[in-house]
Design a protein around this ligand. Sequence first.
Ligand SMILES: O=C(O)c1cc(=O)[nH]c(=O)n1[C@@H]1O[C@H](COP(=O)(O)O)[C@@H](O)[C@H]1O
Length: 242
Amino acid sequence: MGRFDNLSARERIMVALDCGPDEARALAGKLEGHATWLKVGITLIYDGGLPLVSELRERGFKVFVDSKFHDIPHQVRGAVKSAAHSGADLVTVHGSGSEAMLRACHEGAGQAQDEYGHKPYVIAITVLTSMDADELAKVGVTRPIPEQAAALAKLALDSGLDGIVCSPREAREMRELLGPDALIVTPGVRPAGAALGDQSRVATPAAAIEAGASHIVVGRPITQADDPVAAFESIVAELERA
Ligand SMILES: O=C(O)c1cc(=O)[nH]c(=O)n1[C@@H]1O[C@H](COP(=O)(O)O)[C@@H](O)[C@H]1O
């Protein structure tokens, strides 16, 4: 039995608030009482959205700070600690940034626990869900995407991280590789018939969870819907039916 096996459907959905702070607050207001996790990413953070991290936590949400750190070990160690101080429950780092960098992120989370009594999950991005094999080759990685994702996932867990971000298409292999307790977070999730936008390696919410994801990230299909709560609830219903 893995540590995320008993989550309810609504605890598995992370809603990406990729917008400005006013819109993010309005969406959070609508999703209160429905969603568990909200994701604060770089569009929101660099538009004055950092205070929302503690604000959303105070309103009872769990906050995924999608920081996507990728820097020298000294910097990321401090950055993870700082994000924890801001109230992040989960932060991301690029898995390709080296073993030393991943270990430093793990250390930063430990230091946050010691100093602030709050330790966020730290998870590593493997291969962005917007990328296909051609895009990956252009940045010098010619092995197949599943192999690259598996190598980075193993490095992340061996460096002390809590889990990974990958496409739902790789989730089954990742679950087999990483075992029952790893956080496996899959963006690139689209309800049947929804627009793909810039996503490339996608699956439906139910298929992602069935393949082994512990959580799914959904942005535009919820946030740009005429009725975001109805869109959220229809994904909950889809997961509960599966
Ligand atoms: O780290 C992420 O959350 C992430 C990793 C990845 O490989 N692909 C990816 O789309 N994301 C994030 O997941 C969200 C997807 O949003 P939508 O495509 O609107 O559902 C965005 O906030 C992305 O930043």
